[in-house]
Write a protein that binds this ligand. Structure first.
Ligand code: 13P
Ligand code: SF4
Length: 367
């Protein structure tokens, strides 16, 4: 994380949900067109109700520019999303994350130092890094996006990962995919590759990622050893239980889940894909969904004519997304309305140059 969150003043602590909602509405009204609030689908309802636009990572990266005349984008999501918005918007737009502690544990699993080390090791194993195309999931720090931009690679999201990886394999012979091994593996399998013969897991804590030069030479996919702690919780046993308790259920999971879970499910896809699949389904249909609980609960509320439940019977929220509490949003907006800029997320200029190349490559090639 780039900065530390200051504790909230006493005036924001232990306030009722109604009072906070009212204060957010009042500050938002005062800021008017100067402000845009973006909300990721994993945010709680008490935040989503104030969002001007909601979406998944891909949609929000595009939506960041929908009102270029705005002065402030308050990003209700996590740190890497706010960074992407800062990279993609004009200089006069200030991007704000209401709680700077809202990071992403998966994004934190790959640092620029580890990736540079891996690149050097891969170069040693292969004699060159020519032909190795780095692809980073959008869930990564801006300096990793800059790394892929500078080395001929691209950013991808769960929406466009298959197209992005297919593109990368047209540019070279191998893909270094970080930080989510599961999205990388599921994408490779979807493109027809063998998870055992064609892929290896790169462990950043081991020399050479834990492999011999020969193994590195043979692999088509070098998958970074990272994962999402939310999506890793879903299991084949849960899918079997859902099928038993709800015959005829359609099981739909996010591709951050493990390969055996994706294989056991009926469908898999990004957050927007999950939303569209449910929206377009027949009344009376039943869905077991393997993704974040705020999204699943909202889908269930918005589609009372369908049976929708989370695959994991234990509640499964993203704890960092959850750090955007209404008290932080109220504090942020009231400060902005009073002329105090707080919690700005600013990507350094030198990092912006190449990270913008990588993000624009994604947005223009797979728009
Ligand atoms: P998408 O928003 O791309 O579906 O990714 C899910 C996620 O884990 C966001 O952090
Ligand atoms: Fe990161 Fe997973 Fe939370 Fe998404 S759901 S922000 S990938 S920890």
């Amino acid at each position: 994380m780039a900065a530390v969150q200051v504790p909230l003043p006493a005036d924001y602590v232990d306030r009722s949900p109604e009072e906070l909602a009212e204060r957010i509405r009042a500050a938002k009204a005062k800021l008017g067109d100067r402000l845009v609030i973006l909300g990721h689908h994993y945010q709680r309802d008490e935040i989503i109700e104030h969002a001007d636009f909601r979406g998944d990572s891909y949609k929000l990266a595009k939506d960041a520019n929908l009102r270029p005349e705005a002065e402030f984008i308050v990003f209700c999501g996590v740190h890497f999303m706010a960074e992407s918005a800062d990279i993609l918007t004009p200089d006069h737009v200030k991007v704000i994350l209401p709680n700077l502690a809202a990071g992403c544990s998966m994004a934190d699993m790959a640092s620029i130092f580890q990736v540079r080390r891996a690149w050097k090791d891969i170069g040693t194993a292969l004699g060159t890094t020519e032909g190795v195309i780095p692809v980073t999931y959008i869930n990564s720090a801006a300096n990793l996006k800059a790394f892929v931009g500078e080395h001929g690679g691209t950013v991808c999201t769960s929406t466009n990962a298959p197209t992005a990886v297919a593109w990368a394999l047209e540019q070279g012979e191998k893909v270094l995919f970080f930080p989510d091994q599961h999205l990388g593996r599921n994408t490779g399998v979807r493109l027809g590759f063998d998870p055992d013969a064609d892929m290896l897991v790169w462990d950043p804590f081991k020399p050479m990622g834990g492999h011999t030069p020969d193994e590195i030479q043979r692999a088509k996919f070098l998958l970074w050893k990272g994962h999402c702690s939310v999506h890793k919780r879903f299991s084949v046993a849960q899918i079997e239980a859902a099928r038993e308790s709800h015959p005829g259920v359609t099981v739909l999971v996010h591709p951050e889940c493990e390969l055996d879970v994706v294989r056991a499910a009926d469908l898999n896809g990004s957050t927007e894909f999950i939303l569209k699949s449910v929206e377009n389904s027949a009344a009376g249909s039943t869905w077991a969904i393997g993704t974040e609980i705020n999204l699943v609960s909202r889908l269930a509320k918005e589609h009372p004519d369908k049976t929708i439940f989370c695959l994991d019977p234990q509640i499964c929220p993203c704890s960092t997304m959850y750090r955007i509490h209404p008290s932080f949003l109220a504090w942020t907006l009231e400060n902005l309305a009073e002329g105090n800029l707080v919690n700005q997320v600013q990507v350094p200029e030198d990092v912006k140059v190449w990270s913008r190349v990588a993000l624009q490559r994604m947005l223009t090639v797979w728009a």
